[in-house]
Design a protein around this ligand. Sequence first.
Ligand SMILES: Nc1ncnc2c1ncn2[C@@H]1O[C@H](COP(=O)(O)OP(=O)(O)OP(=O)(O)O)[C@@H](O)[C@H]1O
Ligand code: SF4
Ligand SMILES: [Mg+2]
Length: 398
Amino acid sequence: MTYQYPSHGQGQGYGQGSGQGQSYGHGYPDSPTAPVVAGWNDDRTGWDTPTAAWSTPPTRARVERPRSGEHLLDVRDLWIEFATRDGVARVVNGVSFHVDPGETLAILGESGSGKSVTAQAVLGILDTPPAVVRSGQALFSGEDLLTMTPERRRQVRGQEIAMVFQDALSALNPVYPVGWQITEALRSRRGVSKAEARRRAVEMMDLVQIPAAAQRIDDYPHQFSGGMRQRVMIAMALAMRPKVLIADEPTTALDVTVQAQIMDLLATLRAELEMALILITHDLGVVADVADRITVMYAGRVVEHADVHTLYGAPAHPYTRGLLASVPRLERRGQGLHSISGTPPNPVAIPAGCAFHPRCPYAQQMCRMTEPTLLRIGRLDRASACHFPPEALDARHA
Ligand SMILES: Nc1ncnc2c1ncn2[C@@H]1O[C@H](COP(=O)(O)OP(=O)(O)OP(=O)(O)O)[C@@H](O)[C@H]1O
Ligand code: SF4
Ligand SMILES: [Mg+2]
């Protein structure tokens, strides 16, 4: 089934005008040379004469933290940096999210937003050094993955939390048959016999819907298509029946049809195995059908999180609105796509105030000075790190 993107209204600063690749940014809003763009720097609310709704950020509740151990995986206030020749690269800046059994969380953001570094830290495969985990917790059933002994972490990794990577070809060993690779961990860690391992390899290949599994377990990775190799990777990750599966851009290298098949497969397996699934992606369109909740990252920070329907139907943060405007949508057929102008910041020089302000069509003076906090919007599971609630943003472009 294809998710029908609900409309989130016209004139919200995105999706106006037409033309392939048109940006919604058109230069920094209050620069002297900024062009006039409909719904933007018109005379209703000049950038320097904000309306009351804009000049006074409303009081909203801070996001409340559940007690430790309440979630299967609970990442709390994670800060990670790298020492580079150019200075300290602050790549993960206070990231928090959680996931529970049978649930799919998508972590979304442009390239360099810190998604993979976050996942690698959680899984204990981040090289430290060069990375430095400054602070934070990654609680797995209440036990902190970041401070557990290396031995305990090895037990957890692969057995309890597993990861699927983008590039199956380089993740698989070219000189071993796929069946052997799928059951490698079972043999080395659980000591299953050769015959049992072959039986389990076929079972896992069936599970990930590789046709003629029994005949193909002795084939090598290069004998499979890209999509089938990704299924082999998923089978490998699931062989130990982990409670959490982290899939980092699992479909980026695949064509659109195969992407959808792999996403469907992950969703089916998540439900069948009652796993928690974390899908990392830069493509909002890819996760629409499968995610329950979405956490949006920008410059190493969480800028919005919400359930999938709310996020698609009524995105709160200007960055999410920009990402959504770049996703092809049925009801905007023929209008072209809109990309966010500019590029994400260098983590060595993250802009002061709101890190998104140089690219944000809604930016005000205060955005350049004060960093917004992740604040609740209405319900408990929805929050945005913008000085302005969605109504104020909508009013700006109504
Ligand atoms: N070893 C390293 N040394 C210095 N900086 C690093 C290192 N590894 C990652 N980074 C930086 O950390 C930032 C976050 O990287 P990360 O790989 O987490 O991004 P991402 O969100 O996964 O992006 P993508 O969508 O491209 O995979 C990037 O700016 C990257 O350059
Ligand atoms: S706080 Fe950031 S996202 Fe919100 S209006 Fe200001 S610059 Fe844009
Ligand atoms: Mg990545």
